[in-house]
Design a protein. Structure first.
Length: 244
């Protein structure tokens, strides 16, 4: 059956998958009408990058509150700084949209002949969030978008990540270190579950290296003892520039 020149894909969600891919959600049904099997791999990866590069935190904060998160706190466009700049509702919406960026192409590719590109697409989305072409390659730190990719590729990895995050957070009270532990747990967990040579595992280790680099400011402050701890007020003279 053909609709507007595009073969309609099977819209019945896959309830079982050996890698544990998440189900398609209603948000993806319009996109699922497009036949992707003939789309060049480079175009799918580029589309993932361009989607990941959309700065939802900036768009929502400026559109709803008239605030530019780049002028507040760390100057980051991610959800954490968006909460700081525009409040919990806007920041929470930004977080959900950032998660969506990492999951979108993975879910769209599920069941297609190009499903093997899913790890590369979600990796490209995370790179797009961190280095968005629309903002001169100055973006967020990538954790929320990575979580979206993990949820869509293997939701069980979230268990590894959340346990690591909670363990590090409550033992050190350092949110940045807990986030890095979560990302590392995703990669190690993927290696344990699917093999350390699996494409998704390799992508996750590559993203771990990039996210470590994006958190270098946090790591520097952790090493010199100036990183604020969770549940404590930040000093008035605290400089939160993330990558200095």
């Amino acid at each position: 059956m053909v609709l507007m020149g595009c073969q309609i894909r099977n819209l019945v969600p896959y309830l079982q998958h050996p890698r544990g891919y998440a189900r398609l959600c209603m948000l993806h049904l319009p996109l699922a009408l497009i036949e992707l099997d003939s789309v060049p791999p480079w175009a799918l990866i580029l589309a993932s990058y361009l989607l990941g590069a959309i700065p939802f935190g900036l768009i929502l904060a400026k559109g709803i509150k008239g605030v530019d998160p780049r002028t507040v706190g760390s100057g980051n466009i991610g959800a954490t700084n968006t909460i700081r700049a525009a409040g919990k509702a806007v920041g929470g919406s930004s977080f959900l949209l950032d998660v969506f960026k990492g999951a979108a192409l993975v879910l769209l590719l599920k069941g297609s002949a190009q499903e093997h590109l899913a790890p590369y697409c979600f990796g490209a989305a995370v790179v797009g969030h961190c280095y968005p072409v629309y903002l001169g390659f100055q973006g967020g730190k990538g954790v929320a978008t990575l979580v979206g990719g993990i949820l869509s590729i293997d939701p069980m990895l979230l268990v590894y990540g959340v346990l690591a995050w909670l363990l590090v957070l409550f033992s050190t009270r350092l949110v940045g270190l807990a986030s890095l532990a979560m990302v590392a747990a995703f990669a190690i967990g993927s290696g344990i579950r699917h093999g350390f040579g699996d494409p998704a595992t390799l992508v996750e280790f590559g993203l771990l290296a990039m996210i470590l680099w994006r958190h270098r400011g946090n790591l520097k402050r952790i090493l010199d003892g100036s990183e604020p701890k969770a549940f404590e007020a930040k000093p008035d003279n605290f400089d939160e520039a993330p990558n200095d």
